[in-house]
Each structure stands twice: as C-alpha cells, then as structure tokens.
Design a protein around this ligand. Structure first.
Ligand SMILES: [Zn+2]
Length: 399
C-alpha cells in the first residue's frame, strides 16, 4: 500500500512552531509544507484501515501490519517514533525507567544534530530494557522516493545507530508507507519491518493541544476526544496487547505516558519488547517475506497444512480434504484463491457453519478436491445478519 502524505512530521513541525521558547524538536517540515489537514486525515485513515484489514493473513509488503496477530496474552511492547527530541525524549526515558518498562525508539537520523542528541542515544543504548531502531533519515514517504534515496534514507540512519553502538535490527516506515520495493530494501539489509497493532493517535491529541478533533481523525470515539489514556486503553483491550505506537516528540505524550503505564499495569498487562520471540515470533523469525500459506479451500492432508490465521481463527483441515474455518453467514476471501461461502457442514448432525470454496476454475470445479462434490447450497446464516443466498460450491461428501 502506498500513502501519499505524511502525518506526524507535519504535526512535529506545527508543534515546533507553536512551542516557541521550548527546546523545539528538529523537523523536516519543509518536505510536507503543502499538506492540508484533510490530506493528513485521509492518509491517517488509510493507515488505520490497513492495520485492521482482517482479510489479509500475511504482511506482504505492508509497513503497517505485523505478521504476528496474537494472542498476545496481555503483553504490550511500547514503541516511540520520530525522536530524539531533547525536550521530551529524556523525560519519556525516565518515566519508562521508573516503571521498569522496556521500549523501542525508532529514530530519524536527521534529528541527531549534536552532542545533546548523541547523549540521549547513548543513554538509551546503555539500558538493556531499551532498543534503538531505524525510522529513516528524514521521515519522508518512502513509497515516493527513488531507489537510491530509499537506500540513503535507511543507510544514513543505520550509520547513526552504529555510531551510537546500537545493533541494526528493527525498521519502521514513516506512516507505515511501504511498497514491495521499499520493503525489500529494508529486508535485504537484514532489518525487521515493524508495524504496530495499536496506534495511540498521540499525533492527533498533540495537534489539538490534548484534544483529538473529529476533523483531524474521525476514528477516535467522541468519549475519548480529550482522553488519550482512555482511547489507548480501549484500543489495547480490543487486541489484548501487541505493539503500541507513540511519538516521543510530543509534550502531551510525555505527560500522558505515566498514566497509561499505570492503567496498563492495573488491568493486568505486562511489558515486553518488539524483540520478544514468544510474543512476536514471526516478526523475529525471519528477515525474508512470509512464505505463501494455504487458505480456505486449498487441498490439505492435515491441519498443519492450513496454518493460516484469518479473522482471528487458525485454519484446520476438514475431513473432506480442504482447509477451512467455522463460520456464521460470512467467509473470508483472498486474492488468487477461490471465493468462499458459508454452508451447513453436511458431515455434522448439529447446526455448524463451515467455509467451503465455491466451484470455480481454480479448483477444477471441485475436481481438485476429491472429498467434495460440485453442488448448489444455501448459505448457513446462523446468528449473523447475512442475507439468504445460494451458491455453487464444493460440498463435503457426507460420510
Ligand atoms: Zn514517524
């Protein structure tokens, strides 16, 4: 997915203008000066939808999605982007330390302008609880850059990290904006592309002086418009953990962090880092793109052949010899695969919806699935609101 516009950089720029007298964050706002507020909102919403695209079961070339979908067992990994900012990053580091909370800082190399910033990096590197990672040189939209500029954006910041004594491990695309070519540029350097599960929307709260306005970002419910902690907790509850995205350049984020950590602890969440193999095995398992996996309707011999996750469910091998998941009304589709349909499972004597492939050329009109027969079947609606429908599908042959 490509995104056309940049978001936090604009607000970093706005913040640096509006907080005269403070040590203002360095910015790269010159690259984004022609963005309108609606541009910003549109870009952020695209990123938000991509993160929640439940039909995708692999990360592909996305810079937003994380290959691990949980369950996270109430473990969270905090991440902070766009720094270092001498006005706020040390305070965030101190808050994290006070609570013994690990974190990863995705830095922009161009912000490391002098000894002050270098000292912040050295302090982060010296703490085993913290990681430094690469967020490009100047927070450009990588999807719009030449391959030479993509390489320069990554490598110059890797040089800064190496000089600070940090290993080169994790990389995050600004705005999560990636193409297959830019993803390959990061992976070919051994970097793990790190998206997020929960966006704190702290950029939106920061832009409005602590209030996330509907015109800026419509996905924050009104009850949370001036309650970033409440919004973050509602999002964390929805995923029961995962990787959380913040920006350490914002005063409002530094102010809210302690309350968010305390709320997480009070709700029984524990803290880990993006490098945690138990919580994020796929993120940490390989620098290569995920191998293609089976999907609903593909032939199988055992459920190990159907190790895909979709809609929060892991596929299993139906006795009729195709990968499936249970369903009520709807089934997921995937590009390049036979479309799917929810039917009453004829091998079950009780109401039980099961996703089956439609009879199409991809499966030789069911000839590739010898445990099934090409048949017309009614949709299994169950408790869903799906309308009644009939389709030509590959029906399991009842035993
Ligand atoms: Zn960023």
């Amino acid at each position: 997915m490509r995104r056309l516009f940049s978001l936090p950089a604009l607000f970093a720029f706005a913040l640096s203008v509006s907080t005269a007298g403070c040590a203002t964050p360095p910015d790269d706002g010159d690259d984004h000066g022609d963005m309108t507020e609606s541009d910003v909102s549109a870009a952020f919403e695209q990123s938000f939808r991509e993160k929640d695209d439940a039909k995708a079961d692999s990360t592909g070339c996305s810079g937003v999605r994380v290959p691990d979908r949980g369950p996270f067992a109430k473990r969270v990994a905090l991440t902070f982007d766009d720094g270092p900012n001498p006005a706020t990053t040390p305070e965030i580091v101190a808050t994290l330390r006070r609570h013994q909370v690990p974190a990863t800082f995705f830095i922009n190399g161009s912000r490391v302008k002098g000894d002050t910033e270098k000292a912040i990096l050295a302090d982060i590197v010296s703490d085993a609880n913290f990681k430094l990672a690469n967020h490009t040189w100047s927070h450009v939209n990588m999807a719009e850059q030449s391959s030479a500029e993509v390489a320069r954006q990554i490598d110059k910041t890797s040089d800064v990290l190496t000089a600070a004594g940090a290993p080169l491990e994790f990389f995050r695309f600004p705005f999560g904006s990636s193409t297959c070519a830019t993803a390959e540029a990061a992976r070919s350097r051994g970097l793990k592309i790190t998206g997020w599960h929960v966006d704190s929307a702290d950029w939106c709260f920061a832009a409005g002086g602590g209030v996330c306005k509907p015109a800026t970002f419509r996905y924050v419910p009104d009850a949370y418009r001036s309650d970033m902690k409440g919004y973050v907790m509602s999002q964390v509850h929805a995923t029961e953990g995962g990787i959380l995205l913040f920006h350490d350049i914002h005063r409002s984020t530094a102010d809210a962090l302690e309350g968010i950590i305390e709320a997480l602890k009070a709700d029984g969440y524990t803290f880990t880092n993006v490098s945690d193999l138990n919580t994020f095995p796929k993120l940490n398992g390989s620098s290569a793109p995920p191998a293609p996996v089976a999907f609903v309707g593909d032939a199988c011999k055992a459920s190990t052949d159907c190790a895909f996750d979709v809609w929060g469910v892991t596929g299993t091998c139906h006795t009729a010899g195709f990968c499936s998941i249970p369903c009520e009304g709807f089934c997921p589709d995937k590009a390049g695969k036979a479309p799917t349909f929810c039917v009453q499972d004829p091998t079950q004597s009780t109401p039980a919806g099961v996703c089956v492939p439609m009879a199409v050329s991809e499966n030789g009109h069911c000839a590739d699935l010898p445990g099934t027969l090409d048949a017309s079947a009614d949709r299994y609606v169950g408790t869903s609101n799906a309308p009644a429908k009939t389709a030509e599908v590959c029906m399991p042959v009842a035993p």
